[in-house]
Design a binder for this molecule. Structure first.
Ligand code: G6P
Ligand code: 1S3
Length: 616
């Protein structure tokens, strides 16, 4: 008897151990799941393969349902027996539109999309509840606030239903990204739903607004009163949701030390962890491959430059460097003001030194436009016509030359001119004549709806692409895509074709743009006020030698920082081609540091900590 009892006890123990060791489930919730707005989409999407590797089928993302994006990136699956799907089906039976499926990105994770439009019909009640339960005012807030509150109410319904349906001995972690996804967190906490929560803020709303409007943001940071500032900028709802999410979550995280300092002031809570951003990096087996790609895409950019500038005047493209900056249009926060000022100084330095180098600076951002400037399109089209004419002449000459050479009695080289027919001579001359102009090449490729600070800078400084200027400007107020008629390049290819990316931000919690350069072997400039710049300074002392230049904006005023940046740029233009090639090799070589397979461990720590904290 005693033996049987012992066996039963042992079996029971095994069962209990099995029960208690069920691997937890992890949700990541973000407004940018299956909905690209900015950097958070890059974080979530690029991280998926690494998360799936760790969590497998226990991982699920939750995002908003936008029919158009969903039709491309989402595969809806109704007949599925997984718990994620069953909970969605149950909610749909109750009239709540939650759809289960797979996100069609590398890694193919489970995904739930909720149709927040449905909840917008009761938005007044939801806003009232937010005020009644959490004292967050939504008076005069922007329309996005309504959408995210509606989204949040559906996320909360889904998580609550999920927690009731899941096995009791399986823990559940919900990781919310940014205030746009976290209004659900407030009610989950209030109703004590049994989940462990992580909240990651990718910027603070107050930081973004104040830094964009004041020059003393960092000096005055510790003195700001969050409520007064939120009222002043009319963002009480956003700042309120963000602050309470930060206070209510089990684990508070952000993307850099720089932003962690803001969290302390604006949320009244110290961040538990910093989660640096990575990318899903695939490197070429042959190291020279990325160098070849640089050349290939540079030639594409050469085409654009010829079409854009050579109508007015020309120069040696072999002695030309392509610089660029890109990102959301936040003139001061993204450091466009500093970049332009430094380029003005660089122009002066190159002219003074007499260096035979031309820099073409591309500014890629998005601002409202009517259309591409027809003059820019026309110039490009006529140049292509010239190219076609040249190809026809080349063919004609080739055929005649072959014939003449084969039938030649002696070995003298025939005069090639005689092989070009009158028709093609005239056509080439006429096309060139219609193309050439005395007007200056445009600094802006599009017709903007309103003059902006970039255009004002060109006007004030007379940087108007004069022939004698050694720094030329191409302001492209739209993001680059493969279908773009001017470049015909994807953004990543455009980056590869350039020589240097310039991003000396004033406000930048992390900043993906420099990282996007590094992984493609393109040197880059960042600032010590950006999370990435601050991180790299802590990581490697010789970052400059590696091709990562960090402008000191913490301890220098704008003028000094502009001087430093101009000096960095001038030093860069004096590098020989060989030195540039070597620097590209070095910068590409460090890209692995930022692979999610290395950086996911920070997320793992956050999730472990959330489980521990909830368990207390
Ligand atoms: C790559 C190619 C080289 C080419 C170089 C141009 O490295 O492999 O063949 O000479 O690009 O470099 P540059 O910095 O002048 O664009
Ligand atoms: C934010 O996007 P942003 O460009 O508005 O999140 C990004 C991802 O964490 C971050 O890289 C960036 O600095 C933030 O500013």
């Amino acid at each position: 008897m005693a033996g049987i009892r012992l066996k039963r006890e042992q079996e029971e123990t095994v069962k209990i151990t099995k029960r208690t060791t069920l691997k937890p489930l992890l949700f990541e919730v973000a407004w940018e799941v299956c909905n690209q707005v900015g950097g958070i989409y890059t974080v979530i999407r690029s991280k998926v393969p690494s998360m799936v590797e760790e969590w497998g089928e226990n991982y699920c993302l939750i995002g908003p349902y936008f029919p158009q994006t969903a039709s491309i990136e989402f595969e809806r699956i109704d007949e599925d027996e997984s718990i994620f799907s069953r909970v969605a089906q149950n909610l749909r039976n109750q009239g709540i539109d939650a759809f289960y499926g797979r996100w069609l990105v590398t890694g193919n994770p489970n995904i739930i999309l909720v149709d927040f439009q449905q909840a917008l019909s009761k938005i007044d009640q939801l806003k009232f509840d937010l005020w009644a339960n959490h004292k967050i005012s939504t008076l005069n807030s922007e329309p996005l606030v309504s959408s995210v509150i509606a989204f949040g109410s559906m996320v909360k319904s889904y998580i609550t239903a999920f927690v009731s349906a899941k096995p009791k001995n399986q823990e559940c972690i919900v990781h919310f990204h940014e205030w746009m996804a976290s209004s659900a967190l407030l009610d989950l906490k209030k109703e004590n739903v049994n989940v462990s929560t992580v909240f990651t803020t990718h910027a603070t709303m107050l930081g973004r607004y104040i830094a964009g409007n004041r020059d003393d943001f960092y000096e005055k940071l510790s003195t700001f009163n969050w409520e007064n500032e939120a009222k002043f900028y009319g963002i009480e709802a956003q700042a309120g949701i963000e602050r309470l999410s930060a206070q209510y979550c089990n684990v508070l995280t952000t993307v850099s030390e720089v932003t962690a300092r803001e969290c302390e002031v604006f949320y009244g809570r110290t961040c538990d962890l910093i989660l640096p951003n990575g990318l899903n990096i695939t490197r070429f087996a042959a190291t020279h491959e990325f160098q070849n790609l640089h050349l290939k895409y540079k030639q594409k950019i050469n085409q654009f430059v010829m079409g854009h500038f050579f109508q007015s005047y020309s120069w040696d493209l072999d002695n030309t460097l392509y610089f660029f900056t890109s990102g959301r249009y936040e003139y001061k926060n993204k450091g466009y003001d500093l970049t332009l000022e430094a380029l003005k100084r660089l122009n002066f330095k190159i002219v003074q030194s007499g260096l035979d180098i031309t820099v073409v600076m591309f500014i890629i951002t998005r601002n409202p436009v009517f259309s591409i400037d027809p003059q820019v399109l026309q110039s490009r089209a006529v140049m292509e016509e010239i190219e076609e004419t040249c190809k026809s002449i080349e063919k004609e000459v080739g055929e005649h030359l072959f014939h003449a050479s084969a039938s030649n009695e002696d070995t003298t080289m025939p005069d090639l001119n005689q092989f070009v027919s009158e028709y093609w001579r005239l056509r080439l001359r006429r096309t060139i004549q219609t193309w050439k102009t005395k007007t200056l090449p445009r600094t802006v490729t599009h017709i903007l709806k309103e003059k902006d600070d970039i255009v004002r800078f060109f006007e004030q400084t007379n940087l108007q692409n004069h022939q004698q200027d050694r720094v030329k400007f191409v302001y492209h107020p739209d993001f680059i895509s493969a279908t773009n008629p001017l470049f015909g390049l994807e953004y990543s290819h455009f980056v590869r074709g350039c020589h240097l990316g310039i991003f000396p931000s004033y406000y930048e919690p992390w900043g993906y743009t420099p990282l996007e350069c590094i992984v493609r072997g393109i040197p880059t400039v960042t600032s010590d006020l950006s999370g990435f710049g601050d991180y790299i300074q802590g990581l490697m002392a010789d970052h400059e030698n590696m091709g990562i230049y960090v402008v000191n904006r913490k301890d220098q005023n704008f003028n000094k920082a502009a001087d430093q940046l101009a000096e960095i740029l001038f030093k860069f233009v004096t590098l020989s081609r060989r030195e540039r090639i070597m620097q590209r090799n070095r910068v590409e070589n460090i890209s692995d540091i930022f692979d999610w397979t290395n950086l996911r461990s920070y997320y793992d720590t956050a999730h472990d900590l959330a489980l521990k904290k909830r368990g207390r």
